[in-house]
Design a protein around this ligand. Structure first.
Ligand code: SAM
Length: 137
């Protein structure tokens, strides 16, 4: 298992949480737009709170970068802020935006999008989220 973030401060928090929970996981500083530089291939990839930070014109590069490290038949889970309020997080995303970003022409197929919650520092019970299950084709 490998966790990545571009920020060393975020990696330090993640390492501390993994230690506390006794989870064995490696961490690496990496740019989500250049994941191919990891030289790795994964069967399962999880995006927790990253997709929704990118503007529409940044999404194709990120989606292609994800495809470069996900084996065919692999599964990507995207947990992002949803536009289905109340009390949505910043940069909420619609189901249509997720389906457009992961259109089959990009090498992905959206299998399911379900309502969920994502924990934040400013929501007591998390913010409305989509949990998208997306297959690499
Ligand atoms: C909303 S936070 C989510 C953090 C963590 N995944 C979580 O669930 O608590 C977004 C994270 O994306 C990271 N990030 C932003 N742009 C990135 C990029 N281009 N490559 C990798 N990480 C990036 C930020 O450093 C930040 O830690």
């Amino acid at each position: 298992m490998l966790g990545v973030d571009v920020a060393e401060a975020a990696l330090a928090i993640a390492r501390a949480k993994a230690d506390e929970r006794e989870i064995e996981v490696a961490f690496a500083a990496a740019d989500a737009f250049r994941l191919e530089r990891l030289g790795r291939r994964f069967a399962t990839v999880l995006d927790c709170g990253l997709f929704h930070t990118f503007d529409g014109d940044e999404r194709p590069g990120y989606v292609a970068s994800l495809a470069s490290v996900t084996g065919h038949g692999g599964t990507l889970y995207v947990l992002c802020f949803s536009d289905d309020g109340p009390d949505t997080g910043p940069h909420p995303v619609s189901q249509e935006e997720l389906r457009a970003a992961f259109d089959p022409s990009t090498g992905w197929k959206v299998a399911a999008i379900e309502p969920d919650r994502v924990q934040t520092r400013y929501h007591d019970d998390g913010a409305p989220a989509w949990l998208a299950t997306i297959k690499r084709i």
